[in-house]
Design a protein around this ligand. Structure first.
Ligand SMILES: [Ca+2]
Ligand SMILES: [Ca+2]
Ligand SMILES: [Ca+2]
Ligand SMILES: [Ca+2]
Ligand SMILES: [Zn+2]
Length: 623
């Protein structure tokens, strides 16, 4: 891979700056600053400019965690260790596997062992940041963990949830992507990829020409060139922006795309960036090759992290609710992700509606939508995998709402989204009105941090150009001052879903003697949660075994048994074989009764066992 002189120069400059920063952190006799004790903080230098823009702190990470800054990859590890040190009995930290570049993908399990084993409780799985640039998704996972642990024993709702559920949280899935997003120059949308090299332009070289930070500001912004035949002119209202010329109008600018050079001298600029494999197109269900689904990889589960997480999930079949956080659009999406799939089971849609419509209200401005229909279809999607292989209810949470960056008024809770931007107005993803508004927000609420004014640059291939535009921490990431609110509200949407997981009680009514040595035994399973004990899709497609209700006893025989209607005109559908073992699902906010005829006397054990809803046992004595 060829390296250009300029990039090497920038790298050397960065190294020089680092060395300088490290030197300045050493004890200095002149100003009397005492040295920091060795080992307290591995990184005593100030954050780099790129990190500073993301609000990165160099303070030691302490509990309770703070959400007025973003966590680097390393700090996510520190944060999980700090939570574990503060709550060792409730937590476990583990690496589920390693990324392409050898980084650990950290998971935290929250379970109270005093109320049962993790696998015997309804599991709630939360991850985020499968796209490397969508960094605030990891803070949602951390915020949830922080809330669960620091509120345990203090807040009744959360104490109940922690005692009844188990939480599995992988804050950052694409750990390489997160690392590079913080440390490298980027656009708000670049660096999504899993680091599987790919020759995008099929020239035999791999990842040889990505964008370059020509002005060394830590961002990849845009390039433009003065051109009377260009398709763009300066916005008459806001000279930093451009609008498309109308037919007959004189042009002023040609847009040259992202900041960069022709690194390999093939006449094209930025034609082969790092990667590209999209972690959220690489799952082993409904996968399609790259000519159908871009970024899907050469085969399902090509990404080592996706393989590791798939294994982590299938080893935890108790997971019934899944949230995967992303960062663009203000949406809670449910599957299916493609039209070709069977439509969602209508009874499962009912369950999704309860969770999704509440999530919309918990996070103002968000919309609850169907993935393929309301957004766009994707193959090899993560929540399709969890819905159809794990048998859980999965949501994708898209966190960022552009309208939240407003200068005059905040979006009204539950307000309808504005009209879609017109094509001719599109610049970096919004209408020119929206761009003007966001610039005012940058100027007056972020003191100009989100936008780089155009500056001249001598480009070796394009000649005199200008470089400027939105910085990497804009457009899809909330400014750190807005992060606390965002993470808390979305963690609350997860907590609401957790409160609705199956809460099954087993009751055995007093046995009724109906004959010599013959008893009628009535068993009731009731579910106080609105989520059933297994999804209707799992039931319909036999994804995993149904719940089992069993009546046993050394001195008794189960003569017959089956579900009872429980209506005034009682009807029992007796099971033909093995009446002692009944297969079932307990509906959400509902009950299911069983009736057994048992002959004999003595102790009878009634046990209920569910993959998702735990297990329970009751004993009665027939006499
Ligand atoms: Ca190439
Ligand atoms: Ca590439
Ligand atoms: Ca730059
Ligand atoms: Ca090139
Ligand atoms: Zn995403």
């Amino acid at each position: 891979m060829k390296k250009n002189v300029l990039v090497t120069a920038c790298l050397m400059l960065t190294l020089a700056t680092l060395t300088f920063a490290q030197q300045t952190a050493k004890p200095n006799k002149a100003d009397g600053v005492s040295p920091k004790p060795a080992g307290v903080s591995p990184k005593s230098a100030k954050p780099t400019k790129a990190e500073w823009q993301l609000g990165v702190t160099t303070d030691k990470i302490t509990v309770p965690l703070r959400f007025d800054h973003y966590y680097t990859y390393e700090q996510i590890g520190e944060a999980l260790n700090a939570l574990h040190a503060a709550y060792p009995d409730l937590t476990k930290v583990e690496s589920v596997g390693k990324s392409e570049e050898g980084r650990d993908i950290w998971a935290m399990t929250v379970n109270n062992p005093k109320t049962g084993a993790a696998l015997d409780k309804p599991g709630v799985y939360v991850d985020g940041n499968i796209h490397g640039n969508e960094i605030q998704a990891a803070e949602v996972g951390l915020s949830l963990l922080n809330r669960l642990l620091t509120s345990y024993g203090q807040n009744d709702q959360i104490t109940k949830i922690v005692d009844r559920n188990v939480f599995y949280v992988i804050p950052s899935v694409n750990v390489d992507g997160r690392f590079h997003f913080f440390h490298d120059p980027n656009t708000p949308s670049s660096n999504r990829t899993i680091r599987v090299p790919r020759d995008d332009d099929r020239d035999g070289l791999v990842d040889e020409d990505g964008p370059d930070d020509l002005d060394g500001d830590g961002n990849i912004t845009e390039m433009r060139k003065r051109d009377p035949f260009g398709q763009w002119k300066t916005d008459p209202e806001e000279p930093r922006l451009m609008v498309r010329v109308k037919p007959g109008e004189k042009g002023e600018w040609t847009l040259l795309g992202e900041e960069g050079l022709d690194n390999d001298g093939d006449g094209k600029v930025n034609e082969d960036e790092a990667g590209y494999l999209d972690g959220n197109r690489n799952w082993g269900i409904n996968w399609a090759p790259p000519y159908v689904q871009s970024g899907s990889g050469e085969y399902p589960f090509q990404a080592s992290g996706m393989r590791a997480i798939a294994r982590f999930l299938v080893e935890r079949p108790n997971i019934i609710v899944v949230f995967a956080f992303h960062n663009n659009g203000g949406m809670y999406l449910r599957g299916p992700s493609t039209k070709a799939q069977e439509p969602m089971n209508p009874q499962d849609v009912g369950v999704y509606d309860i969770l999704g419509k509440n999530a919309e209200k918990i996070v103002p401005g968000y919309r609850y939508m169907v993935s393929w229909k309301d957004l766009y279809p994707t193959y090899g999607d993560f929540t399709d995998f969890t819905d159809n292989v794990l048998g859980s209810y999965g949501f994708v949470g898209e966190l960022f709402v552009t309208a939240s960056e407003t200068y005059h008024q905040p979006p009204k809770p539950g307000a309808a989204p504005g009209p879609p931007p017109e094509d001719e107005d599109m610049m970096s993803g919004g209408s020119v009105e929206q761009e003007r508004e966001r610039l005012k927000f940058s100027d007056n609420v972020a003191q100009g941090e989100l936008y780089r004014p155009w500056k001249p640059f001598k480009h070796p291939q394009f000649g005199d150009v200008e470089i400027g535009g939105w910085v990497k921490m804009s457009s899809r990431l909330p400014h750190p001052f807005m992060l606390t609110d965002l993470t808390h509200r979305n963690a609350s949407a997860v907590l609401f879903a957790a409160s609705q997981t199956p809460d099954v009680s087993l009751d055995v009514l007093p046995a009724e003697k109906v004959g010599d040595n013959l008893y009628k035994l009535r068993v009731r399973l009731a579910n106080a949660g609105s989520i059933p004990s297994l999804t209707f899709t799992a039931l319909q497609r036999k994804i995993h075994p149904q719940d089992v209700l069993r009546v046993t006893g050394k001195t008794v025989t189960v003569v017959s048994g089956g579900p009872a209607s429980g209506s005034p005109i009682e009807e029992v559908r007796y099971k033909a074989n093995r009446p002692d073992t009944q297969l079932l699902q307990v509906p959400g906010n509902g009950k299911i009764d069983f009736q057994f005829l048992v002959s004999g006397k003595g102790e009878v054990t009634v046990s209920y066992q569910s993959i998702k809803a735990g297990r329970q046992t009751k004993t009665v004595t027939l006499q």
